[in-house]
Design a protein around this ligand. Structure first.
Ligand SMILES: Nc1ncnc2c1ncn2[C@@H]1O[C@H](COP(=O)(O)OP(=O)(O)OP(=O)(O)O)[C@@H](O)[C@H]1O
Length: 589
């Protein structure tokens, strides 16, 4: 079972390496068992005072010891080779697989578990071939060799040993099962404590603002208490079977010795009596590898639980997508046909949404918070696939594009933009490493990032800190927008891309984005309605459904949901509402 799992995780192409390792371990254990057996004729000869014979047997014993040592070295070396391959292979396989998962999979719980698996988990798994698997196999193979060899000397002793050794194995297996449930609980508690710790650190400003530092600490503390409780439970569940293992091991040895002693007493043949004495020494040696495996039990179980976690990640369904590139669409009209989507069963975030975003047009999506705007945008970017309905680009179902080809068509700025801890330039050029200086300059101007660059001590070469922490929220947004614009993709999705900016900058960027009109298919979400009033089409979402659509004037004239949102905005800003005809130019509101 363990071996099959290891083979699966390493990948079929590396199965040969694992087989080589197993072959070395088998040879080592076989040789060790045979070397143990050589003790019998030596003791036999010594008890019979046949010193010459005993010395003669010492030669094969010496060869056996040297060979056992060499094979042990080869097995250990091969185990480390497997471990090294496993480390790179497993990380690569998980990495390769994770990039094919829907972006919606990357929520905090999954990412922190993934982090734990790739760091601590992989190390625990590769501990198997590096340290634990060899003693585990030795505990099976060496006693088996001894039992077979013993049968040539005395079938009764062999029978007893053949019965006792598997019984001991069963006890170890049972002890392992008891610990496994506790190990899982420890792992879950570890992941949760890790989550709470990151959350506690990240939420300090919020907690302190609301005077809830103690409450935040309480949650972190509770997670730590749960972690230590799970650890204690693990100890309680694992310790008694561990002690029982040792105790039963000794008991089995005693039983076997008592049995052999009884056989010696009952045996009439003096030569056989001597053999039985020698067997007594032999079987006492075999208990060692058996009891030794118990001390590796915990590591084996932890590795096994981590293998389960790795299999779990690898079994997550990838986005169904072809791998071979397909011809690019003739145009970049986006169509949503009867699209329905739920995050949780029974709670629909989008219901039968149908809309067309003509190529090179600007479509705005508005609606109350929670109405489904972000969800709609994320479905176009294939964070998830819809439960029902079709999303098409240029008449082609998005599922027909390979993941990278689809991503290449789209530039996106979402509410939670991430900047990497390099320089501002490195972050921007990620959008388009081949962008020339003029393009960069234009984008900086359009996103009003140029004034930020001027202020920064090293300009574009200033470091932005982890997650862009050295920049203000508005500066981060402008950088994310600039990065997206540099990519120059035929589809641009902007979800609250300027929400953190002051009205003056919002307006300037909205005007700047106007310049892109006709160059790409743009979808814009903005709570600041004045920034989208020039859109070609505005979709009004309410409870996951499109309830109105049209341009700004048409929607105001309808005096429906959009007009109500617009009037609420105007009231909130204390501005004067003008007649739609007055608003033709869109700038005098
Ligand atoms: N990851 C998620 N898991 C479960 N439910 C979610 C998730 N993301 C969003 N939802 C729910 O789906 C619905 C639509 O959310 P969505 O983020 O699309 O709304 P929105 O209109 O963009 O809101 P906002 O304007 O506040 O950003 C909401 O009821 C929200 O609670």
């Amino acid at each position: 079972m363990l071996l099959m799992r290891l083979t699966r995780l390493m990948g079929k192409s590396h199965a040969l390496l694992l087989r080589h390792y197993l072959l070395w371990v088998f040879s080592y254990c076989l040789m060790q068992g045979l070397t143990f057996v050589l003790v019998v004729p030596i003791i036999h000869a010594l008890l019979d005072l046949r010193v010459d014979d005993a010395l003669m047997w010492l030669l094969p014993l010496g060869v056996g010891v040297v060979l056992t040592g060499y094979l042990h070295y080869r097995a250990a070396y091969s185990g480390f080779q497997v471990a090294a391959t496993l480390m790179s292979q497993l990380r690569r396989r998980i990495g390769d697989h994770v990039v094919t998962l829907p972006l919606g999979w990357f929520v905090r719980a999954n990412t922190s578990r993934l982090g734990l698996l790739l760091s601590q988990g992989v190390m625990e798994i590769l501990g198997l071939p590096a340290h634990q698997l060899t003693p585990l196999l030795r505990a099976v193979i060496t006693p088996a060799v001894v039992v077979v060899a013993t049968s040539f000397f005395d079938w009764r002793v062999a029978l007893c040993a053949a019965f006792l050794f598997p019984m001991l194995g069963l006890v170890y297996w049972w002890a392992g099962r008891l610990g496994r449930t506790a190990d899982r609980a420890v792992q879950t508690a570890n992941a949760q404590a890790c989550d709470r710790m990151v959350e506690f650190a990240q939420s300090q400003p919020v907690l302190r603002t609301y005077g809830k530092s103690a409450q935040g600490y309480q949650q972190f503390d509770q997670a730590l208490v749960a972690q230590s409780r799970a650890g204690r439970r693990q100890l309680w569940l694992v310790l008694p079977p561990l002690l029982l293992n040792t105790w039963l091991g000794q008991l089995a040895l005693m039983g076997l010795m008592a049995g052999i002693t009884w056989l010696v007493v009952m045996e009439g043949d003096a030569a056989q009596q001597t053999t039985l004495f020698a067997l007594l020494v032999l079987v006492s040696r075999v208990i060692d590898p058996l009891s030794e495996v118990a001390s590796y039990g915990s590591g084996i179980r932890m590795a096994s639980a981590q293998m389960e976690a790795a299999e779990n990640v690898l079994s997550q369904l990838s986005l169904p997508a072809p791998t071979e590139p397909v011809p690019l669409p003739q145009h970049y009209t986006i169509e949503l046909r009867d699209v329905t989507f739920s995050y949780q069963p029974g709670v629909r975030a989008l219901q039968r949404v149908s809309a067309t975003l003509p190529a090179n047009s600007v479509t705005a999506v508005v609606g109350a918070s929670g109405s489904g705007k972000t969800t709609l945008t994320k479905l176009i970017a294939r964070f998830f696939d819809p439960d029902n309905g079709v999303i098409a680009i240029g008449g082609i179902n998005v599922k027909s594009f390979p993941v990278m080809q689809h991503m290449n068509m789209i530039s996106q700025v979402f509410q939670d933009n991430y900047l990497f801890s390099g320089t501002l330039r490195e972050n921007l050029m990620m959008g388009n490493p081949a962008a020339d200086d003029d393009t960069l300059k234009n984008v900086l101007k359009l996103t009003r990032l140029d004034e930020v660059v001027q202020r920064l001590p090293l300009g574009l070469d200033s470091r932005v800190g982890e997650g862009g922490g050295f920049l203000s929220g508005g500066e981060r947004q402008r950088a994310a927008l600039a990065r997206a614009l540099l990519k120059n993709a035929p589809i641009l999705l902007l979800d609250e891309a300027t929400g953190a900016l002051d009205p003056e900058n919002q307006e300037a960027i909205a005007q700047g984005l106007n310049a892109l009109r006709g160059h790409c298919t743009m979808l814009v979400i903005a709570h600041q309605l004045h920034t989208i009033r020039n859109a070609d089409n505005i979709l009004v979402l309410d409870h996951g459904q499109i309830v109105e659509q049209g341009n700004h004037q048409q929607l105001l004239a309808k005096n429906g949901r959009y007009a109500a949102l617009w009037q609420a905005k105007v009231r909130a800003e204390g501005w004067r509402i003008v007649h739609p005809r007055e608003d033709q130019g869109g700038d005098n509101v």
